[in-house]
Design a binder for this molecule. Structure first.
Ligand code: FEO
Ligand code: CA
Ligand code: CA
Ligand code: CA
Length: 738
């Protein structure tokens, strides 16, 4: 989704992403020492239990076994010869046989809480054993859990676009604003309930994987599902005091999850749905007391509305859900105005209940999901675990996806005990409530450090931008805390992934704009400032890059790491910006989804792009990664126009070994308007599950759809585009990618 709020600069801190870190020495002895040390046997000992059998069955790929797919604009999913796909489920499919088949015309009169949601995003698979319990073994029966990011675009789920102030045919995502007038109740209920997460049982049949419609395991977690507020024992009461609403005056429960983008799979077999662009769902009515200065500072840092519209303003940048009713809590909760006598009488605190990782036990439909406050509040893109080592704490790597935001690490207090596999939400309470939260600082010498976000740090306790009340407040306002300690502003951190062969951590940095990157405003970890080669996406870092790092000693608890840049996105004719030597066969832009196959070791890269879409749909590429430090130092030559004046500059950084056309190939191209996201695999490596999100996103209101996939390929009723999960196999039944 092209999120409107990514363009809103919320980070006004003076943290270094500027040239002032340049003075530090490159290639310091400490970096070389760490690289020489390597991981060796420690890495092998860290392989997760479930990966052992697969790893012995097939050694890591050292070559890709398919020809690169050409760039294309066809309205289909394009794969290499010898590969095929089928659709597993798509937006609106019923999880309950009692509901009518999806009309694909917007005619539904139900609220969608028993249908597959919209905008398929992060995804994982959870196998079920004979006793109905979680297992890492492929039993041919599983639940597939899919995030429905949904974002702002609900154009195709209503008969004639979205309605505001009695006028239909509108498209919120196109304009980023609404009339303030009332929206229809059914439209808004559909929109609220298509958000969240779907849990669908799937079974392997002779014809491939199929959804088990009507399974008792089928479940929707929507933006209205009750969830528990969970945090560290010592600070939970103070955290709850920040979550008090009319709906729960104790602040112990909240409702729903929103804008779930990337995800995490816990080592004990539960799912983390990450809340990304939740901020712009809220509005304010023009009545009520103004928020206090502390509340305003918090809301501004998160891009949440902090002032009522002026008398002459008739537009809002929220979803307009709050306009349906002031008395019905399902709608009133989206109004952050202080309209009651105190916080127990209104929803002024509702935005404090979003911005978390939400843990869901996919095999227990009766379980209550938990918001894991200790992991920090941010625009969570994904949450990826370090390779679990018995007796060692777990690390969870997290990106905050907005321009100039940070990479974070959560480290559990509890040490990993493999007996907790299958432990559900109770195990989550053990590992994800007590722990420390850190923000990353990438230094110019190729080293980096983790800085704890603790109120004991005077920089946080005395932070000018926001007055923290307690450690719970540090978790809830983690962005302010990371500002205070000088974390490194990144080019929009999207997904992370951990290489199962050596524990190295990768992060996609999808892109950044000209407002934030110029030749004078770069640093070693975000080193490029240039113009999109054909002007489609302006300037800054329009194509993005992928950074990676190795924790010192391969330890989850390490306080420092060594980093380099795995790949720079670029067009093949991108000149100096094409630092990774990409060709027409593997040029890519705006990396977003990222995942390593534990079976083949392939690093799968998925894009959500606007810079190359004149030539090709978004895509998925396969890479055979080396390791941190396998390349060397490089001098980036930057050149771009700033306010009409050409600026140039250089920036030194570290880059991984070139992969060439042999080790980096385009595997899939999506239909027009779609991003490619969400990927997982059967443990034998023979079935790949991939999500295609928002085909036809750029459709103009009232105009012909930009895409009509997958209806044009025989799936469901034709006419409108739908997000979907696809299942990719090889015609000869072989392992994907090799
Ligand atoms: Fe939802 Fe950052 O992509
Ligand atoms: Ca081009
Ligand atoms: Ca994403
Ligand atoms: Ca371009």
């Amino acid at each position: 989704m092209s999120h409107p709020d990514h363009d809103t600069p919320c980070n006004t801190s003076a943290n270094p992403h500027f040239a002032d870190v340049l003075a530090q020495t490159l290639a310091s002895p400490s970096r070389r020492q760490v690289l020489r040390g390597g991981l060796g046997l420690a890495a092998l000992a860290m392989l997760p239990a479930g990966a052992g059998a697969a790893a012995s069955a097939s050694s890591p790929a050292d070559a890709l076994g398919f020809p690169s797919v050409d760039k294309t604009l066809v309205d289909d999913v394009t794969l290499p010869p010898g590969y095929r796909y089928s659709v597993l489920h798509a937006t609106g499919d019923s999880l309950d046989p009692a509901l009518p088949v999806y009309s694909n015309s917007g005619a539904e009169t139900d609220d969608w809480s028993r249908r597959v949601g919209d905008h398929h995003d992060g995804m994982d698979i959870f196998f079920i054993d004979a006793n109905g319990r979680y297992t890492q073994v492929d039993t041919g029966r599983a639940v597939l859990v899919v995030n429905h990011e949904s974002s702002a675009d609900s154009y195709f789920m209503h008969p004639n676009g979205q309605t505001s102030n009695g006028v239909a045919g509108k498209k919120f995502s196109q304009f980023g604003e609404w009339d303030l007038g009332n929206r229809p109740e059914l439209e808004v209920l559909k929109e609220i309930n298509h958000h969240g997460v779907s849990v669908a049982e799937i079974v392997r049949t002779p014809a491939g994987w199929r959804m088990a419609q009507g399974s008792p395991l089928n479940r929707r977690v929507t933006a209205q599902t009750p969830v528990r507020v969970a945090g560290p024992r010592a600070h939970l009461e103070s955290i709850r005091s920040m979550m008090v609403t009319r709906w729960d005056t104790a602040g112990g429960m909240a409702r729903g999850t929103l804008n779930n983008c990337g995800h995490g799979k816990t080592p004990w077999g539960t799912y983390l749905a990450c809340e990304e662009n939740w901020a712009f769902y809220f509005g304010m009515s023009s009545t009520g007391a103004a928020p206090d200065a502390k509340d305003v500072a918090s809301r501004r840092r998160y891009g949440v509305v902090s002032a009522a519209p002026a008398a002459n303003v008739t537009r809002t940048t929220s979803q307009g859900w709050h306009t349906v009713s002031t008395s019905d809590d399902r709608f009133a909760r989206w109004n952050l105005a202080a309209v009651g006598a105190n916080a127990e009488r209104d929803f002024r605190n509702e935005a404090n209940t979003f911005g978390y990782n939400v843990e869901i036990d996919p095999l227990d439909p009766a379980s209550t999901p938990a918001k894991r406050v200790t992991m920090g509040r941010m625009a969570h893109e994904a949450a990826v675990f370090s390779l679990p080592v018995p007796g060692q704490p777990l690390a969870v790597y997290q990106g905050c996806d907005s321009r100039n935001e940070y990479i974070y690490k959560f480290v559990s207090t509890a040490a990993w005990d493999p007996r907790d596999v299958g432990g559900g939400i109770v195990a989550g309470d053990k590992y994800l409530n007590e722990g420390k939260l850190y923000a990353a600082k990438f230094n110019a010498d190729g080293r980096g450090e983790w800085i704890e976000l603790s109120i004991a740090d005077p920089r946080i306790a005395n932070h000018a931008g926001y007055k923290f009340a307690h450690q719970g407040d540090v978790f809830v306002n983690a962005r302010h805390a990371a500002d205070a300690v000088g974390a490194t502003k990144m080019d929009r951190p999207e997904w992370g992934a951990v290489n199962p062969r050596n524990g190295e951590v990768y992060f996609t940095l999808t892109n950044n704009s000209a407002a934030n990157r110029t030749p004078g405003r770069v640093d070693a970890a975000n080193p490029r400032a240039y113009m999109d080669v054909d002007g489609k996406k302006g300037a800054g870092n329009p194509n993005g890059h992928i950074i990676r790092f190795r924790e010192d000693g391969g330890q989850s608890v390490a306080m420092a790491f060594t980093w380099d840049i795995f790949l720079f996105g670029a067009e093949e004719d991108g000149g100096d910006a094409n630092l990774s030597g990409l060709s027409a066969k593997n040029a890519f832009s705006s990396p977003d989804g990222l995942w390593f196959s534990p079976t083949t070791g392939i690093c799968w890269i998925q894009t959500d792009d606007g810079a190359m879409t004149d030539e090709s749909g978004c895509m998925m590429l396969a890479a055979i990664p080396g390791r941190v430090g396998d390349g060397g130092k490089v001098t980036v030559k930057n050149r771009m126009a700033v306010n009409g004046v050409e600026q140039t500059g250089t920036q030194e950084t570290f880059i991984g070994a070139a992969l060439g056309d042999a080790k980096l190939r385009r595997f899939l191209v999506a239909p027009p308007g779609a991003e490619v996201t969400g990927v997982t695999e059967s443990p034998d490596g023979r079935t790949l599950f991939v999500n295609i999100q928002h085909p036809g996103e750029n459709t103009k209101p009232g105009g012909a759809p930009e895409s009509v996939w997958p209806g044009n390929k025989g799936y469901g009723r034709p006419g409108r585009p739908r997000s979907a999960t696809i299942v990719i196999t090889r015609e000869d039944g072989g392992i994907i990618g090799v």
